[in-house]
Design a protein around this ligand. Structure first.
Ligand code: SF4
Ligand code: SF4
Length: 400
């Protein structure tokens, strides 16, 4: 851990009200300021006790504290370095090791996820039983979405009309296997806006889940492979439609120690910069937009998705109260810390319901699964869609 980064904190506490774990429990050591204090103790020689590791594990890595901090404390870098230390120094109990083994040997591997697809309908029904065996397994089963038919995308989707740009597109792991309709919509929207979309085959995981969990070696291996794939494809911009993946890919230079030969942009960021040319058809819907932490806090992308949605005729955009507070998804957090994640998910579902919107828009597959599961528990009848799906419906004049 870098002591210089730790010393940037002046202990003012401005970050406390934005921290989901502090909001839930009101404990100083589960706030950003408290965690930075623990980091400082560890740097000064205090060993990594199970209690200390527990406070770091309980952090969602949502980066709300980074946005709130007036002193520019780089908590994102601090917690990433800390998680590596936790993995190095903290001996986890066997059950915890087993759950983490399942999670990190499954989710970063699209082919293994594909094997799960046929069982997803069943796992949802098995959630209460699995929860009795292990809360993390119960959470995993309870989050299972209703998956749509797989859609094979070609290597290149050609621009409609005059070509305005050539971009690479990341398929992701969870996005590709559990939400194939989102990737199909993304490619269509980009093509309708005049882009050649290059989709290199053999793409793997970008490394986001690993980097957010302190698994440095796995993260670097996956990141290097992703860089090679897109450098070989010869694109200078890679468009990403999953907030967690985009934020990690934007940090590749820090992780790998060299700049990849392309820039990474979130889909909404790219489309807003490109500007619209395709005709928008009316979509008479009330829509609540959910700020994924890794889009709003980590990438600073807040206005672009709202701008794109507001550009659709007859669509009414509503704001969600407490939008800066994480929904509890946070990569693998809802699998590894299921109780806290459930409380945050229920809180978010209530906030979404209070908007009276017919549709929730989320630009991160983890948030989509987390909030949809919480809304199912609450009996709320609100569909969840990705920004790309909403734009696609409007551009094609199709129903949503
Ligand atoms: S992280 Fe920033 S906002 Fe929080 S206590 Fe430290 S200086 Fe203040
Ligand atoms: S990253 Fe989120 S959960 Fe962690 S300390 Fe900051 S605000 Fe709290």
């Amino acid at each position: 851990m870098d002591p210089k980064l730790i010393n940037d904190c002046v202990h003012c506490g401005f970050c406390l009200p934005t921290c989901p774990t502090y909001v839930l429990w009101g404990e100083e050591m589960d706030s950003p300021r408290g965690r930075i204090h623990l980091m400082s103790q560890h740097v000064e020689g205090t060993p990594m006790t199970p209690e200390m590791a527990g406070h770091f594990d309980a952090c969602l890595g949502c980066m709300a504290c980074v946005t709130a901090c007036p002193s520019g404390v780089q908590y994102d870098r601090l917690i990433e370095q800390t998680r590596v230390e936790v993995e190095r120094e903290h001996e986890r109990p066997p059950q915890e090791r087993a759950v983490r083994g399942i999670v990190f040997n499954l989710f970063p591997y699209p082919r293994r996820l594909r094997l799960l697809r046929p069982t997803l309908g069943l796992t949802g029904r098995m959630a209460p039983f699995l929860a009795r065996v292990n809360p993390s397994l119960g959470a995993m089963a309870g989050l299972a979405p209703r998956v749509e038919r797989r859609q094979r995308l070609p290597r290149v989707v050609r621009a409609r009309g005059e070509r305005r740009a050539v971009v690479g597109m990341l398929l992701g792991c969870v996005q590709r296997e559990f939400f194939p309709q989102v990737n199909a919509a993304t490619a269509r929207v980009l093509a309708m806006e005049g882009c050649d979309v290059v989709i290199p085959p053999g793409q793997g995981c970008c490394g986001a889940l690993s980097v957010h969990s302190g698994l440095e070696a796995q993260a670097k291996r996956l990141a290097r492979r992703t860089v090679r794939t897109f450098e070989k494809a010869g694109v200078d911009t890679v468009v990403v439609n999953a907030a967690g993946c985009g934020s990690s890919m934007k940090e590749y230079a820090t992780l790998l120690g060299y700049d990849p030969g392309f820039r990474v942009m979130d889909l909404s960021e790219f489309l807003a910069e490109l500007g619209p040319v395709a005709t928008r058809h009316p979509l008479p819907r009330t829509v609540a937009y959910h700020d994924a932490c890794h889009l709003a806090h980590a990438q600073g992308v807040r206005s672009q998705p709202r701008q794109l949605l507001s550009g659709i005729p007859e669509l009414e955009l509503r704001e969600i109260p407490e939008s800066a507070i994480c929904c509890g998804s946070a990569g693998t957090y809802n699998l590894l810390q299921p109780e806290a994640a459930r409380d945050l998910g229920d809180r978010k579902a209530k906030a979404v319901e209070s908007t009276g919107a017919q549709l929730l828009v989320s630009a991160n597959p983890g948030c989509t699964m987390q909030i949809a599961a919480a809304m199912r528990r609450a009996g709320a009848d609100i569909r969840v869609a990705h920004t790309a799906e909403v734009l696609d419906a409007s551009l094609r004049g199709a129903a949503l």
